[in-house]
Design a protein around this ligand. Sequence first.
Ligand code: ZN
Length: 671
Amino acid sequence: MRLQLLAFAAILGAVPVEAAPDGASKAVDAFVATPALTPASAAEAKASCDSYLDRAAALQAALEKQPGTALTLRRYDELMLVLNAALFDASIVDQTGATAELRDAGRACQAAVGNRQTAISLSRPIYDRLKAAPVPGDPVARRILTRTLEGYERAGVAGDAAARARITALQEKITADGLTFDSNIANGRKTITAKPAELAGLPADFIKARPPGADGLVTISTDYPDVGPVMNYAKSDDLRRRLLITNNNRAPENDAVLTSLLNGRDALAHELGRPDYAALILEDKMLDTPAKVRAMLDDVATAATGASDRDFARMLARLQKTDPSVQALTPWRTAYARTLIRAEDYAVDPQEVRRYFAYDNVQKGIFRLTEDLFGVQIRPWATKLWSPDAQAFEIVEKGEVIGRFYLDTHPRPGKYNHANVVPIRFGLTGRALPVAALVTNFPSGGHDTGLMEHRDVETFLHEFGHLLHVMFSGRQDWHQANMANLEWDFIEAPSQMLENWVWDYDTLKLFAVDADGKVIPKELVEKMNRARFFGDALSARSGLGLSNVSLSYHSGSAPADLTAAYRTAWDRYAIPPMMDGISPQNSFGHLNGYSAIYYTYTWSKIIATDLFSLFQAQGLRDPATAARYRQQVLAPGGSKPAAELVQDFLGRPLSLEAYRKQLEQGSTPGS
Ligand SMILES: [Zn+2]
């Protein structure tokens, strides 16, 4: 930590005095100092939201009026700070509020803040002031200013009035098409019928929940709870084939919507002077050109080929053992074959595993891991909570509180039903401590009520990783140097890396005990690890296929034949080849939210695996490696380009080697 502080002192010396936090900054700090997380009523939540919005409007008006000076970036930073504070408070109320009225007020506030953010992101006067501000000597401030101006330019704010009007119209059309695309998928539920005998192989509770109708046939839908089990377990080859075809023809009306969406994005890119939409959206990513993404996809394909071809042959051989007439491993056979091999060669009984993961022990274990790795203490924090289920803690280092967090980890009616971290406040050196909340839905208690699936333990640690990123990046001189301003294609990597510790016996033995206090057997953990990566190389190639669809759809105007273009892009990387009679693009929901950047899933896995390779070499519980990781990767938050964080820690540029080895390992036989 000492080195870190010295580095900041040196940077601070270079900052012009007038841009350092001043009296006005202190007033903003005081205004956001107490998060409004526990409003007594919807009216109180709304009043709190309004006061944030009033403050933001005043800051915005002042910013638009003043000429661009060294203070402009500081004032803009404070405006972002106030808006984020409003957004995060509202997110907590939306996700955790005790009543529907409270949660609605939280949602309404998020929408209002979103509108204000959009207005600011399109404000020509603010762009002009920032553009006129002197280029800061401090590299962090310079990075913030550069990225902010580039964001304005990508939004089309720099153009003349006519161009701005055309851009706004295009953006509105893109948003509307995207919403239609998503809602057609959401409403595209289809069903097929099956003879009861075709359900052979499926779990008994699945069959029991789907009795035959008056016609003697069972109805199977394209909902996830139907598709997953059928593709994994149904012995009937034809049932799997029929369901896959229906599932991939859910939203035929989306062909026209997708064509309009892709053409709108292409026109927007041209309006902004870019060759295509992929080039535009990649500009602020780690992989900042389509050529770099394509090169990465090619590299991973080469790395995955050997292992995936072996898995492929093994799966086909397994099917032929039962039915010698099977000629090919078709798309409706892969999940089924993989499930068979998993059960036969890597048998791990999830029921046996979960006996060792009682929630209370898991929470303690994750705290202990954090304390051991990073040399901090976690202790209860006495503060007002929004629910008796919630808990609050502070992180202490050398006697000093460095961050505070909430855990709201168990389900309640009306609560947010996924898992996420809300960064309530990002830390500012000498001005504000970081505060964050982890909101999840795990069972609660000990071995009687709180047993968790192992993958839920992994999710817990993954989300806790995001929380630690907020905590450990809490010393910044600028709000916009926060970790959420890192490149989008990096942000998942630290959490993905941390997942590895729930597969480590030396970590598990400290908290994974059964009801009698018996520690999880080492052999069981080894068995879990052998099963862990089987089939990964094949999945990786599917990921590459989808990445290529997402990228190539955004590399020009919409293809005349979307299905044919999908086939070309998919078949370049994935096996088995795309089957006939389906139009998977119409239900590929990521095409709206992720547009050209589906590749981020593969890319962040490469980063996470490479970062982890250093821990594998130095020891998963080596405090020196953990301290260096914290200081070089987490502590800088978004103050530096992600590639530099990775290079600082690894002592070399990012490499595919560790991920390649992991893919290879996945194809080794089990017991
Ligand atoms: Zn995540």
